[in-house]
Design a protein around this ligand. Sequence first.
Ligand code: 13P
Length: 255
Amino acid sequence: MTALTPQNWVIGNWKLNPYFNEAKQLFSAIAQQYQNQAELQTCHVAIAPPAPYLSFFATQQTLPIVAQDVSTIRGQGAYTGEVSADLLKETAVELVLIGHSERRELFGDDAEKLQQKIKNALQAGLTIVYCVGESLVQREAGQAQSVVIRQLQELADVTHDTEWKNIIIAYEPIWAIGTGKTASPQDAQQMHAAIRVYLQTLTTTANRIPLLYGGSVKPENAVELAACADINGALVGGASLDAASFISIIQAFAQ
Ligand code: 13P
């Protein structure tokens, strides 16, 4: 029987950092400590490095590797500069971030493009880490939940019932990303509970979908976040660039 509770995941999103030599050292430090400490291994750990390093780290087969983006184009063809889900899968990449607010805000990833990316990734057999989250203006206008639910609806519209097992949700309030401001554990839990309730209307497997929190997660706040009933892990930016900090966040979610 499949587990009825979600698995915990801590994912390091390195964004456009660091340079390759430093990246290799950081990756080895994280992978070694994770492999040497059995107590950490109740929590799944994955790294999203910059695109040029994907196949280098993926072929080491130590930790699952996450692409930070994927093309709206499937397969192969005359599409200069694009990286398709199929090629990612071929190079042993296992997961992909879709809908990160930096891509939505800076690179024109609207609902239509995101839905194409979701379809391509699922068809290629990748696991999706689908990011949702509201801006400060939306939160202050009392729209946080409706924004997040709309983003989830856009995911649901292109997801077949059998595909939910390949989906992880990351709630990342935009105002908490890279700002040092974290949502309080109460606010984060409230949103995660709302996400869970909504997912229950979409799929019978909702209780198994990992719901990660992202936005200034650090060792200092990870334990409190990990104690929340519907927070099943973290999507970590800045703190994932320091091996000791990242390991201590993993520790919090491995309890
Ligand atoms: P920070 O942890 O740096 O706030 O970044 C969060 C994030 O965007 C992870 O995807």
